[in-house]
Design a protein around this ligand. Structure first.
Ligand code: GLN
Length: 487
């Protein structure tokens, strides 16, 4: 509704892909400046969704003028006309960054994330900073110190999380694409709840330099958009080696946006436990069963495989990520930057009070849990054990992917739930990630969520597709095939 209103106001059609925008610009039907103006008005009209924490209006307009000039001169980069939002965990030089937390109050980035540098070098425009779960910990974007993000399709429902603001911004047409982060599903699950495409590349494909660390052996920057070609192009731009992150893969970056044609019939697996699961919302189950049937009727091999380790994935994920988070977040101590308690009486109370007052309840819960599993009496029982189980889960998943090209499943067992519905029950909330965490636990596999129908309330359902490491090209081509054919 709001989107339609602002559309009328700016007399601009709602573009859903960069190609549409660049074509319109080349026909002189619009300009980058007009595109930015349009997005700014949609952001304004949708403030109640709480998707943006900050909007860089004037700056984006000034940048747009420069890019319009470059287009006229024929010197513009590949992303000219693309307007992007950044989840509030990704550094953008000289701009505030808070991880949606009070603890980083007043903090400004001194450098840009490598992924952001790469976007800017191709003339993308950054339009603002997007709300999310505090330190990317959550599945509904209700854990933000700045209030919950609202789903544009039903304002009483959550956006999913943790990259909720980034998903809603794309869903409601406030920007063309967003960069989010995915530690256990934070790009894919909100994409599923909002009916957009959420893509998590292979771990180490994209530099983590300038991404606030949550669980470093799981974290990766991912994208949200409405178009698979944009997804591929963004991956192509943001991937690759980086002197600032020695864990980045040295594998060559492929021209993913040109590799979107599927050249063979893939073999597809689904985990019996994810489809025949009692806990699945009925419409979600119907949607995945229908997809399986459609694929079979198109002559694809789609087979059920057993994955008895499914019940261990979430505990493994929450032991290891909280352990990593407890060390990563120790740097936020009230001393060097961000929030410092005014109620401190000595050094120790300054640390304690700054952290107790600055961090929200979920972040504190995870720091305590992580500290516990790393404590000397429990290290072997929890941390070491979980590392071993992670290895088993990785091996078993890779075994399946040695025989099949893809593993498909629902992205989440449910559609967007009501705001507040799961807030008092962390375990119910953690279950929203049951299918998405596998890709991160099992050695950081690439995975995508694409829209796959709606439930009875009209809320979107997501289909998750997972592939083997560095098989992004194959994964994106298959996603395009599904989007063209089925969705
Ligand atoms: N919802 C998961 C969690 O709370 C995933 C978060 C993420 O991917 N950043 O940890």
């Amino acid at each position: 509704m709001n989107e339609l209103l602002s559309e009328q106001k700016t007399k601009m059609p709602t573009y859903t892909s960069l190609k549409q925008i660049q074509t319109a610009i080349s026909k002189q039907e619009t300009s980058v400046k007009e595109v930015v103006t349009h997005y700014l008005s949609v952001i304004e009209a949708n403030k109640h969704l709480n998707a943006f924490l900050e909007v860089y209006g004037e700056e984006a307009l000034a940048k747009a003028e420069i890019i319009d000039q470059k287009i006229r001169q024929g010197t513009a980069g590949r992303l000219a006309g693309m307007v992007v939002g950044l989840k509030d965990v990704i550094c953008y030089k000289d701009h505030s960054l808070q991880a949606s937390s009070h603890i980083l109050a007043g903090f400004k980035s001194q450098f840009s994330a490598t992924a952001v540098e790469k976007l800017l070098a191709e003339d993308a425009i950054i339009i603002g900073r997007q709300n999310c779960d505090e330190f990317a910990m959550g599945s509904s974007s209700e854990n933000s110190a700045f209030g919950a993000v609202r789903n544009a399709l039903d304002n009483e429902r959550v956006s999913g999380g943790s990259s909720g603001g980034s998903a809603v911004a794309v869903q409601a047409g406030m920007c063309l694409a967003s960069l989010g982060s995915d530690t256990g599903g934070s790009v894919r699950q909100p994409a599923s709840f909002c009916g957009v495409i959420g893509f998590k590349p292979t771990y180490s494909r994209v530099s983590r330099h300038g991404l606030i660390a949550y669980a470093s052996s799981f974290d990766i920057i991912g994208t949200l958009s409405k178009d698979i070609e944009d997804t591929a192009l963004l991956l192509e731009v943001i991937s690759g080696e980086d002197d600032f992150d020695s864990t980045v893969s040295t594998k060559p970056v492929l021209p993913y946006s040109q590799l979107l044609d599927m050249d063979s019939k893939p073999k597809i697996a689904y985990l019996r436990e994810t489809v025949e699961n009692e806990g699945l919302q009925p419409e979600v189950k119907a949607s995945i069963l229908q997809t399986i049937e459609k694929l079979r009727s198109e002559g694809h091999t789609v087979e059920a495989v057993d994955f008895p380790l499914l019940e261990y994935i979430l505990p493994t994920y929450y032991i290891l990520t909280t352990a990593e988070a407890s060390t990563n977040l120790s740097r936020f101590d009230g001393v060097r930057y961000g929030y410092r308690s005014k109620n401190a009486t000595d050094l120790e109370s300054m640390y304690k009070r700054s952290r107790s007052e600055g961090f929200g309840i979920e972040v504190q819960r995870r720091i305590i849990l992580g500290t516990f599993v790393l404590s000397s009496s429990y290290y072997d029982a929890y941390f070491t054990k979980a590392q071993k189980v992670r290895r088993l889960i990785t091996n078993k998943t890779k075994e399946i992917l040695a025989q099949y090209d893809f593993i498909i499943s629902p992205t989440a067992p449910m559609t967007a739930f009501k705001i507040g519905e799961n807030s008092g029950n962390p375990l119910a909330m953690y279950l929203a990630d049951i299918f998405s965490v596998q890709a991160n636990v099992a050695g950081g596999l690439p995975a995508i969520s694409i829209p796959n129908g709606f439930d009875a309330q009209g809320m979107p359902i997501g289909l998750q597709i997972m592939a083997n490491s560095f098989e992004e090209a194959k994964l994106l081509a298959f996603s395009k095939y599904l989007l063209d054919k089925f969705v």
